[in-house]
Structures are given as structure tokens and as C-alpha cells.
Design a protein around this ligand. Structure first.
Ligand code: UTP
Length: 271
């Protein structure tokens, strides 16, 4: 069983400037609800019991969002507003499941994951990147089923436009397992458009093995000077760890770029 999830939240969010100059992008509202709450709901519905947030001093506002007890209590006492009561109940419910760890320098997603090493108990854990919302169908739940069936690591996958491959982790496959799942034989972080092995991209949902920490411990920085989780996954694949790519069936919303965020806020109403 996959019981723990980790969520890296310590990045700078430069693609959403100026909003992120004072706000954490994960708290920006999408149809009246912070993006991070969609991610939490997906985890909880998929049966996750503990969620580890990787934050930084600069992103402490995310922790504060869940620790406003005195404020809620005094407002509820004065206003007796049922909606606020319900919202506070929901915050308390989330808070019970969240643990916070710190990555104070944004050295990359791989370095962020390494910060959770001593808290991961089982052989596999789930990782969700909060910029990627997947609506309509619970992608994490589907991936947990795939993990159980193939006893492997799993990554969510989607075809992207060929002229955008240099924005994504791109993979090649070696074998189809069924209509939606296949064996991944290699993965490259943000390849040059001319050198990309395909236009199959990794989307922000991963089921990773605990062994990844052994790789991350010694990993040097890669593209753009950052320590990428993709490079650690590539090393695991080279060491014969089984990684299955899963074509998810939900609706993908990109909330990490300004254009994507604006589009997502409009599209979510049509879903
Ligand atoms: P990205 O690199 O895609 O986003 O990280 P970013 O750094 O937040 O934003 P930009 O690129 O400057 O616009 C993917 C996820 O990994 C987290 C981010 O918070 C994001 O959720 N991350 C990234 C970390 O936790 N630590 C890092 O060092 C880098």
C-alpha cells in the first residue's frame, strides 16, 4: 500500500511573477479554492494517510494557511457563520495529515525530495507536483492501482506538442503492457527539440521507490545547474528498476505558467 505522499513546494515560482513576489503560487485561487487543496483532495481520496510538504522559509505562508486556529475560533465565535465553520473544519482535517520539512535553498526537485528521506517509511511513496492539476479522474488513485498490478514505480504521462519538449521531462518506451501502461526505458530532462527521443512527457505524479534516496545523496547538478528528480529516475532505470508510464485519463490543467494559470481558472468551470 502507498500511504505517504510528498509535495515539493519550495520553488520560487518565477513564471508566475509578479503574483509570486508576495504570494505562494500554490495558494492562488482556482475557482475560489487554493490550488494546493485540489492536490490534497486527490491524495486523500486516493487513500494517502500522511502528506509531507517540502517548503522553505520564503514559503512559510503555506504552513500559516493551515495554522490560523485562533483567528478562525474568534471569527466563528463572533459571526456564527456556517460556511466559515465548514471551511475551518476542512482546514483542521487537512492539517492532521500534513507534515512540514524545509528546503531553504531551491537547488532543484531532486534536492527537495532528498529532504524527506528520514520520514519515508515504506518501499514506495507518491509524489505530486502542485503545478499540475488533473481533474475529473483521480490520477493518483489510478497510478496506485498500476503500481499494485505491475509491482513497479509509475509516472503519469501525456503527449505534448513537439515544439515544447524542451519544457518537460521526456521519456522513451520499450514495451507496451496494456492500452494505458508501458515500460519506460529512458528519461531526459528538458531535451533540445532536435534531440528529444519522443514527445511523451512526464506529468507531475510519480510513485517512486525509497531507493531513490541512495541516488539523490550523491547526485550532482544537471541541466540549468539544478538537481533534477528526472536524473535520479534515469539512474534508477539504468540500474534495472522498473518504471511504468501511465497515460492518465483525467483533464490536465497547467497552473505553473501565467498563460496556463489564466487558462486553468477559466477552464475549470467547464469541467
Ligand atoms: P519548477 O521548477 O517547475 O517550478 O518546480 P518552480 O521552481 O516553483 O517555479 P518557476 O520554474 O521558477 O516558475 C516543480 C515543483 O518543485 C518544487 C516547486 O515548488 C514546484 O512545485 N521545487 C522546485 C522545490 O520544492 N524545490 C526546488 O528546489 C525546485
Amino acid at each position: 500500500m502507498i500511504k505517504q505522499a510528498i509535495i515539493p513546494l519550495a520553488g520560487l515560482g518565477t513564471r508566475l511573477l509578479p503574483l509570486t513576489s508576495i504570494m505562494a503560487k500554490e495558494l492562488l485561487p482556482i475557482n475560489g479554492k487554493p490550488g494546493i487543496e485540489y492536490i490534497l483532495d486527490e491524495c486523500i481520496e486516493a487513500g494517502i494517510k500522511e502528506i509531507i510538504f517540502i517548503i522553505s522559509k520564503k514559503k512559510e505562508v503555506i504552513k500559516k494557511y493551515f495554522y490560523k486556529d485562533n483567528f478562525y475560533k474568534s471569527i466563528i465565535k463572533r459571526k456564527k457563520d456556517q460556511r466559515i465553520k465548514e471551511e475551518y473544519k476542512k482546514i483542521l482535517f487537512y492539517k492532521k495529515k500534513i507534515k512540514f520539512v524545509y528546503q531553504n535553498y531551491p537547488l532543484g526537485t531532486g534536492d527537495a525530495v532528498l529532504k524527506t528521506k528520514k520520514y519515508i517509511k515504506d518501499d514506495y511513496f507518491l509524489m505530486l507536483l502542485p503545478d499540475d492539476l488533473i481533474m475529473k479522474k483521480n490520477c493518483s488513485k489510478e497510478m496506485i492501482k498500476v503500481h499494485k498490478k505491475y509491482k513497479s514505480s509509475v509516472m503519469a504521462s501525456m503527449k505534448v506538442k513537439k515544439n515544447t519538449v524542451n519544457r518537460w521531462g521526456i521519456y522513451s518506451t520499450s514495451k507496451n503492457l496494456d492500452k494505458k501502461n508501458f515500460i519506460i526505458s529512458n528519461v531526459v530532462e528538458k531535451p533540445d527539440i532536435k534531440k528529444a527521443p519522443s514527445n511523451n512527457a512526464v506529468i507531475g505524479r510519480y510513485i517512486l521507490p525509497k531507493n531513490i534516496f541512495n541516488i539523490l545523496k550523491n547526485q550532482v547538478s544537471g541541466k540549468g545547474g539544478e538537481i533534477h528528480i528526472t536524473d535520479a529516475i534515469k539512474a534508477l532505470i539504468q540500474n534495472n528498476f522498473k518504471f511504468v508510464g501511465h497515460k492518465f485519463s483525467g483533464k490536465y490543467l497547467d497552473c505553473g505558467t501565467m498563460k496556463g494559470y489564466i487558462k486553468s481558472t477559466l477552464e475549470i468551470n467547464k469541467i
